[in-house]
Design a protein around this ligand. Structure first.
Ligand code: FMN
Length: 159
């Protein structure tokens, strides 16, 4: 295989940027992710690539639950704050306020425009990331905004 071409082709995919969260009791995990897509209308499924050795993977695997929020175009700094390990102080994660989601009590960052809660249906442990397929059970819109797009950030996660 032409490895340079493989990298360029995979990096040509278009991605948004999202904050993924999970929680088991007093344990919280949150991280910025881009490997996200809708995967079915009925039931409403999403598919995500989740790093095998992350806290997110551990908590999502243990609880079978996750929350996902879309970052707005002007929220690049928030994305950066969630490349780091998760620190909870009161009702903030990495310095950003959250509230519990209505169905599962998962952390929802209140600064982000769009959120959903989902219940895991399948985890395919294919490689260094697992493909997590989850069914959306609740969703909300705080305000309308254009989403933050990977290409516009100059970052890459893929290849
Ligand atoms: C640009 C960028 C995109 C990322 N996309 C993903 C992703 O799609 N899936 C993933 O599991 N991790 C992704 N990561 C890594 C997570 O942000 C990081 O592992 C996360 O903060 C989880 O940390 P934890 O080990 O504390 O749970 C990405 C990192 C960067 C810099």
């Amino acid at each position: 295989m032409d490895l340079e071409a493989k990298k360029k082709v995979l990096r040509s995919f278009t991605y948004g940027l999202y904050i993924l969260t999970a929680r088991d009791g007093e344990e919280y995990a949150a991280g910025t992710v881009n490997w996200v897509t809708q995967a079915s209308f009925t039931p409403p499924l999403i598919a995500l690539g989740v790093k095998r050795d992350s806290r997110l993977h551990e908590l999502i695997g243990r609880t079978g639950r996750l929350a996902l929020m879309t970052l707005a175009q002007d929220q690049k700094q928030i994305a950066q704050d969630f490349f780091k390990p998760t620190v909870r102080e009161g009702s903030t994660l990495n310095g950003h306020p959250f509230e519990p989601s209505p169905t599962f009590g998962l952390p929802l960052l209140t600064e982000l425009p769009y959120w959903l809660e989902a219940e895991v249906r399948h985890i395919f442990e294919g490689g260094d990331h697992s493909v997590v397929v989850a069914e959306v059970v609740e969703a909300g819109v705080r305000f309308e905004a254009k989403p933050l797009v990977m290409w516009d950030t100059g970052w890459f996660y893929g290849g």
